[in-house]
Design a protein. Structure first.
Length: 172
């Protein structure tokens, strides 16, 4: 069974959906940010502050690479992970199925806090919007795109992802 990688912008609910989906499928849930924190022994926030974004991205790529050896896992990626060609390649070569949680910008914007050390990539609203637009084509390169309104519960979103997975598997 292929591993599943949830991708999308901050605030899309990748972690909550990931947990619900893993439970539904009987898979293990893995949070990529938590893996980075475990490997480096410090929070994502601290990695950004002390070592910089490039160090975070290297650790993120290394953590992602290590998930390829795992079996039956749902991986919630960080919002920037699928925006690197190297990372998308790791997922593809590892036979992973990537799933974009596609929410309207207005919904994401309403969910996101202002600039906060906990979310080092967030800035002013217009900067966040620009970042989202830059990233969207990368997210859209996922194997499966699940369009969401933002009204769904994590369990309902997990069900939608599951259905899309079945449809994709049947079609190939
Ligand atoms: C990031 C998103 C965060 C985390 C880090 C960088 C990004 O994850 O990986 O702060 O570049 O969008 P979430 O998408 O889970 O917030």
């Amino acid at each position: 069974m292929p591993n599943l990688y949830l991708v999308g912008f901050m605030g899309a609910g990748k972690t909550e959906v990931g947990r619900a989906l893993a439970e539904r499928l009987g898979y293990r849930f893995v949070d990529l940010d938590a893996m980075v924190e475990e490997r480096l022994g410090v929070s994502v926030q601290q990695v950004f502050a002390d070592l910089g974004e490039a160090a975070f991205r290297r650790a993120e790529t290394a953590a992602l690479r290590s998930t390829v050896a795992l079996d039956r896992v749902v991986v919630a990626t960080g919002g920037g992970a699928f925006c690197s060609a190297e990372n998308r390649d790791i997922v593809r070569r590892g036979q992973g199925v990537s799933v974009y949680l596609d929410l309207p910008w207005e919904v994401l914007e309403a969910r996101l806090p202002g600039p906060s050390p906990e979310r080092p990539k967030l800035g002013r609203p217009e900067e966040n919007r620009r970042l989202f637009e830059e990233r969207r084509p990368h997210y859209a390169a996922a194997t499966i795109i699940v369009r969401l309104s933002g009204e769904e519960t994590p369990a309902a979103m997990a069900e939608m992802v599951d259905r899309a997975l079945v449809e994709t598997t049947c079609a190939t």
